[in-house]
Design a protein. Structure first.
Length: 118
């Protein structure tokens, strides 16, 4: 699976931003798609994930109520809508994919930088 993330940029606190991840290489049926982020000096963390087939979602506490993950089966994309952005959301955001219920995400795209100014 090849993944290409886009949509990062510089915004002010309170603004919104939408990230998109284009997937290619194989059918995504049975896959789980995730958005991760890594802030400077911090470990990479899972922000949200969605099952490609059933659309079941999971959000980190930091994302609940502000971020929405969605997938478009026709476009083969996974988006992360981020609202009410905070300074602490500043990070490099990565999209990733895994098959089924395995713990690790083996497929990763290049990151896209989100900078939120306070």
């Amino acid at each position: 699976v090849q993944l290409q993330a886009s949509g990062g940029g510089w915004v002010q606190a309170g603004d919104s931003l939408r990230l998109s991840c284009a997937a290619s290489g194989r059918t995504l049926s049975g896959y789980v798609m995730g958005w991760f982020r890594q802030a400077p000096g911090k470990e990479r963390e899972l922000v949200a994930q969605i099952s490609w087939s059933g659309g079941r979602t999971f959000y980190a506490d930091s994302a609940k109520g502000r971020f929405t993950i969605s997938r478009d089966k026709f476009k083969n994309t996974v988006d992360l809508q981020m609202n009410s952005l905070k300074f602490e959301d500043t990070a490099v955001y990565y999209c990733a994919a895994k098959f089924g219920t395995v713990a690790e995400y083996p497929y990763w795209g290049k990151g896209t930088l989100v900078t939120v100014s306070s």
